[in-house]
Design a protein around this ligand. Structure first.
Ligand SMILES: CCCCCCCC/C=C\CCCCCCCC(=O)SCCNC(=O)CCNC(=O)[C@H](O)C(C)(C)COP(=O)(O)OP(=O)(O)OC[C@H]1O[C@@H](n2cnc3c(N)ncnc32)[C@H](O)[C@@H]1OP(=O)(O)O
Length: 246
């Protein structure tokens, strides 16, 4: 299942064989990238945004190392090491493999990118890493909120918090039953989140009913002493055809 999610979450490099035309056709020869750049575009490995970068603060690094130390490292063809958690890689494309259809094909060839992984400046916006427990009952996300996410002065915008809750619960639901879409999201904002701080976002699978997955979520300070946000979410499993309607 985790491998299945990793496949869906995979990066844009692997889309290339499925594309009939270049992602951004050049208007004239002067806009053709140099050969070295083309080689990099075709063969470089997509950036995994869930790995540490220079913007991660002390608390972000401490928690990353804490959960990563309890996580299996995925290696091709090797047995799991039996640890409790697994880090979920994260790329700036939400789809790895095109499944056909003109609408989807247009999206893939467009500039569309996964919202939370769109801002390339390290530390500017959504810095996060997600871990899922092996039984998939729980996910934990370590989130550091950058300056572009300001809402009330010095604090994180409520929409940015909602985005992260949707991302964590949505990734959790996808790991259980991909693909899914958010049908309902309820949020109680209890205390503001200081900009630049690191918080924990934890999701729990409450129940499944046919195609419906009910997930609860809380955002707390990293020591658990402060409750920032509570949420509940309903996800519905969809067929890929649902996304092809346009
Ligand atoms: C190939 C794709 C792969 C994707 C994989 C991604 C991998 C992860 C990648 C990157 C990680 C980032 C993760 C981010 C996650 C973000 C997710 C979003 O933000 S999604 C965007 C916002 N959501 C919408 O735009 C939905 C719009 N709504 C719909 O499309 C439909 O309404 C939908 C799919 C939700 C349901 O439509 P129906 O036709 O399939 O099914 P019906 O029959 O209406 O509902 C099914 C059941 O759900 C209940 N239901 C539906 N909506 C409900 C609601 N709002 N409240 C309560 N119940 C509801 C119904 O009553 C029904 O229940 P009964 O089976 O009869 O018991």
């Amino acid at each position: 299942m985790a491998r299945n999610l990793a496949r869906i979450l995979g990066g844009c490099g692997s889309l290339v064989p499925f594309m009939k035309t270049p992602a951004c056709p050049p208007r004239n020869s002067s806009s053709i990238p140099p050969a070295r750049t083309l080689v990099q575009m075709l063969f470089s490995k997509s950036r995994d945004f869930s790995l540490p970068n220079s913007s991660w603060g002390e608390e972000m690094m401490r928690l990353y190392e804490f959960y990563n130390g309890q996580s299996d490292v995925e290696t091709e063809g090797e047995e799991n090491q039996g640890r409790e958690w697994k880090r979920l890689p994260s790329y700036n494309r939400s789809l790895k493999y095109a499944t056909g259809g003109v609408y989807l094909s247009k999206i893939i060839q467009s500039k569309a990118r996964l919202f939370t992984r769109n801002i390339r400046e390290p530390g500017a916006a959504f810095e996060y890493v997600l871990f899922i427990n092996k039984e998939k009952e729980r996910c934990v996300c370590v989130f550091q909120a950058g300056h572009l996410l300001e809402g009330p002065p010095g604090h994180v915008h409520g929409g940015a918090i909602a985005t992260m809750i949707d991302t964590v619960t949505g990734t959790h639901a996808s790991a259980i039953s991909a693909p899914v879409m958010t049908a309902n999201l309820n949020i109680d904002y209890r205390s503001p989140i200081p900009l630049g701080s690191t918080v924990l976002i934890e999701s729990t699978l409450e129940k499944t009913e046919g195609r419906k997955l009910y997930i609860s979520c809380k955002v707390t300070s990293t020591d658990g002493s402060k409750r920032h946000t509570d949420a509940t979410a309903l996800f519905v499993s969809i067929s890929v055809a649902h996304l092809l309607k346009g």
